[in-house]
Write a protein that binds this ligand. Sequence first.
Ligand SMILES: Cc1cc2nc3c(=O)[nH]c(=O)nc-3n(C[C@H](O)[C@H](O)[C@H](O)COP(=O)(O)OP(=O)(O)OC[C@H]3O[C@@H](n4cnc5c(N)ncnc54)[C@H](O)[C@@H]3O)c2cc1C
Length: 250
Amino acid sequence: MTVTPDGTPTETLKPDFRSDVTVDLVKHTAGDSDVLWAARVSTAGEQSLEELSKDPERSKGLINYLMRDRHGSPFEHNSMTFFISAPIFVFREFMRHRVGWSYNEESGRYRELEPVFYIPGESRKLVQQGRPGKYEFVAGTPEQQKLTTRAMEDSYRQAYEAYQEMLAAGVAREVARAVLPVGLYSSMYATCNARSLMHFLGLRTQHELAKVPSFPQREIEMVGEQMEAQWATLMPLTYAAFNANGRVAP
Ligand SMILES: Cc1cc2nc3c(=O)[nH]c(=O)nc-3n(C[C@H](O)[C@H](O)[C@H](O)COP(=O)(O)OP(=O)(O)OC[C@H]3O[C@@H](n4cnc5c(N)ncnc54)[C@H](O)[C@@H]3O)c2cc1C
């Protein structure tokens, strides 16, 4: 319970603890035909979608050639908008991707932030072994898992109570939010094209077909995996060529 400046008691919101991230494809104009249409202007001028889809084998071959030889710009004439809900530390990594991405995130200045916090799920490996640049993650002991859950929940509760206490006392949201941790969930729209998404996936997912291995933090990889699954259904030829050519963005 917290109290407003005039002494009115207010109900403290109960924290919600989550271990997942959610990614919804909310808007798109993206298909393999967009790649073919852009690429064929080089040799054939303007073509109708009907003409483009006449020869599927040729389409597949052209997309693979563009991917293999890194002719990247035909993969930019499409658009996908995702609505993502994930902890703030994921967004902090995400927004390092500057090229071919647009972001709009919920505001901690204009709205009261809800008490939704991240706790690693059972499958999240907790312990890092090895030296920087050459390490692996292994499962924690049951004690380490219990400790992690308890320590995070306690800390989140305390932080959110302090936040609510300040709001109830009339402190501005933009000031009070300073006590909230990076495990708090946020949400954003992220818009990209297939080329910028492939660059993101090359860096933020681990995959057996990757020619250049990367070692992303698991939580941003969880976002990447969901984006990848949704993109794969929109642009199956492009997706297959991306995998066949070592998951390096063209
Ligand atoms: C596993 C992993 C660990 C990381 N660890 C850290 C870390 O410890 N600290 C940290 O600060 N960051 C870290 N990063 C972030 C990383 O350095 C990049 O900022 C992030 O991956 C975005 O990559 P990018 O710059 O290629 O993407 P984008 O910003 O989308 O750029 C795409 C491409 O455009 C070109 N480009 C963009 N901007 C410029 C520019 N200014 N000059 C020249 N070319 C440009 C480059 O070719 C670039 O690859 C890490 C990333 C990964 C995947």
